[in-house]
Design a protein around this ligand. Structure first.
Ligand code: NAP
Length: 284
């Protein structure tokens, strides 16, 4: 193996311990950071995600509230809950776990969350703030990817070419904006890109956020490139794997993130960072 691993677990531990210290300091000033997580329905993957998020909050000394509702909850009832949490001074961050049952409009729910408590960074106001360089909450997964780059000394990306594969509103697009804000030259690829390999071969940094195995193989990478794998898929044995052909790409890349143990833990970590930030802002 030539590539160095960017260890998302180790970086998460470091960042979470910094958050725990900030939380303890804020508590001495009378404010305990609070996160409310809402889960509607019984999607098994969502249940695991929310459990992990609540546990992560407890570990850093936050106050956390998990509200679980039956899939029959109406949209109006959910909007009313979000409004109530918007007005609850003990709650600094609100997260509504997606996907929601089909009869509820995700967009309407996200837009009802106060931008001051939008710690997932999915609100249009948060996306707009990122776009124009104003203060707002950054979407957790791409924010975590940026922290991983920072951890290997890549904070100012002037002169670097970054290729993002995927253009979803929660990963690909905000990722591209954050890379651009860090002065990278950015190319965004998607299912309509004619020759993906021609793009990725020029890249100093590749972020794969597609949701398909082996989207990025060794022949598509420049020697020494930094490869960040956001994908979460299952291989033939049912094991978690990313979008990147890890075994092949690690022989070519300079740095690579593993799956599991890469971007995944960073996403929850950045949720904690955003909630901490929200609590500090509200405390003034
Ligand atoms: P998504 O909304 O399905 O978007 C996938 C993107 O990939 C789309 O933009 C699509 O292009 C593009 N795409 C599909 N096939 C392609 C191909 N052959 N070549 C190039 N681009 C292609 O997915 P998402 O929500 O962004 O998630 C992406 C992956 O990241 C999933 O595996 C998800 O589970 C994972 N994820 C992980 C975390 C984490 O914490 N680790 C967090 C969020 C997501 P079009 O736009 O043209 O359709």
């Amino acid at each position: 193996m030539t590539a160095q691993l960017i260890d998302g677990n180790a970086l998460s531990r470091q960042l979470r311990s910094e958050v725990a210290q900030r939380a303890a300091a804020l508590k001495t000033r009378g404010t305990t950071p609070g996160l409310a997580v809402i889960l509607v329905g019984d999607n098994p993957a969502s249940q695991v995600y929310v459990r992990n998020k609540v546990k992560a909050c407890e570990d850093v000394g936050f106050h956390s509230v998990l509200e679980k509702y039956d899939a029959s909850m109406t949209e109006a009832e959910l909007l009313a809950r979000v409004e109530a949490l918007n007005n609850d001074p003990s709650i600094h961050g609100i997260l509504v776990q997606l996907p929601l049952p089909g009869h509820i409009d995700d967009h309407k729910v996200i837009e009802t969350i106060s931008p001051l408590k939008d710690v997932d960074g999915f609100h249009v106001a948060s996306a707009g703030a990122l776009m124009v360089g104003e203060i707002g909450f950054k979407a957790c997964t791409p924010y975590g990817c940026m922290k991983m780059l920072e951890s290997i000394g890549m904070k100012d990306l002037r002169g670097k070419h970054a290729v993002v594969i995927g253009r979803s509103n929660i990963v690909g697009k905000p990722m591209a904006m954050m890379l651009l804000a860090a002065n990278a030259t950015v190319t965004v690829c998607h299912s309509g890109t004619a020759d993906l390999a021609a793009m990725t071969r020029q890249a100093d940094i590749v972020v794969a956020a597609v949701g398909k195995r082996n989207v990025l193989t060794a022949d598509m990478c420049k020697s020494g490139a930094v490869v960040i794998d956001v994908g979460m898929n299952r291989n033939d044995e049912g094991k978690l794997c990313g979008d990147v052909d890890f075994d092949g790409v690690k022989e070519v890349a300079g740095f690579i993130t593993p799956v599991p143990g890469g971007v995944g833990p960073m996403t929850i970590t950045m949720l904690l960072v955003n909630t901490m930030e929200a609590a500090e802002r509200s405390a003034g």
